[in-house]
Design a protein. Structure first.
Ligand SMILES: Nc1ncnc2c1ncn2[C@@H]1O[C@H](COP(=O)(O)OP(=O)(O)O)[C@@H](O)[C@H]1O
Ligand SMILES: [Mg+2]
Length: 249
């Protein structure tokens, strides 16, 4: 693996004191990689990346971004530090136009650079440009995710962190979102992706971790993990061929 942009070591985090949800999780994300975090429903995937993004209190462990310790950095400072987080829901302002959604995401850019940067986003996402005056709430599910990702990318993050960008989308939009992430990676952006949709995520990922009960239990090359018996064992229920659906949605 190339030098890590994001290095998480032995992370313990949770919502209430004494009730850890993330229980010693470690991952690394190399420059330019797409790293996928899989795991059954309730495994703590969302809690894990929210803790990385400063949104869930961390009890112990470290988060390094490009070598800088950001473990204690508050969520609102993450964008400036270079970590852009796209939550699973409520990741756009539905009442505002597409244009305004992008404008308000530009906070850390120099005002004179903003119009050109918005134009660059429209060049990357022509579908958004076509709807630039539309209320974001009227976009399709796939376009909404596109807008959420554009809002995150607009400030040139070192790492883009996404929580289940395909959740709730129809199959057509699921492939649209995964194609978009592949294109973004080609442009040099490092991506950490949490997904329930293991097959689609492993198809675009470089490496993957399986999180079980708040801990990384298995790691591998994405293209090999789908057929890995250890993953089948750890990850019951995600595979249509499996008779039992142990725990996972
Ligand atoms: N805001 C919260 N407050 C308290 N517990 C929570 C909160 N969000 C999630 N949890 C708990 O954390 C555990 C892991 O949830 P989550 O991180 O959402 O898992 P995943 O994303 O893998 O489905 C679950 O038991 C869930 O009930
Ligand atoms: Mg989740």
């Amino acid at each position: 693996m190339s030098e890590p942009v994001l290095l998480v070591r032995d992370l313990v985090a949770g919502y209430e004191p004494g009730v850890p949800i993330v229980r010693g999780a470690s991952i690394s994300v190399g420059k330019g990689e797409i790293v996928v975090v899989l795991g059954p429903n309730g495994a703590g995937k969302s809690s894990f990346i929210k803790a990385v993004a400063g949104l869930v209190p961390i009890t112990s462990g470290t988060v390094l971004l490009d070598g800088l310790d950001i473990t204690a950095a508050p969520a609102h400072t993450m964008v400036r530090l270079g970590l852009a987080f796209v939550p699973q829901t409520e990741n756009i302002f539905p009442q505002m136009s597409v244009d305004d959604n992008l404008k308000v995401a530009c906070g850390i850019l120099k005002p004179r650079d903003i119009p050109a940067r918005i134009d660059e986003m429209y060049a990357t996402f022509p579908d958004l440009e076509r709807h630039r005056r539309m209320s974001a709430g009227n976009l399709s599910g796939g376009q909404r995710q596109m807008l959420a990702v554009a809002r995150a990318l607009i400030v040139h993050p070192k790492v883009l962190v996404l929580d289940e960008p395909s959740a709730g989308l129809s199959p057509k939009f699921v492939s649209m979102v995964f194609e978009m992430l592949t294109d973004i990676r080609k442009s040099g952006v490092t991506i950490l992706l949490v997904e329930q949709n293991a097959k689609a995520a492993l198809a675009i990922g470089d490496r993957a971790y399986v999180l079980v009960e708040g801990k990384d239990r298995h790691e591998g090359v994405a293209s090999e993990l789908w057929n890995d018996p250890v993953v089948a064992e750890l990850y019951l229920g995600q595979r249509p061929s499996h008779p039992k659906t142990g725990g996972a949605a």
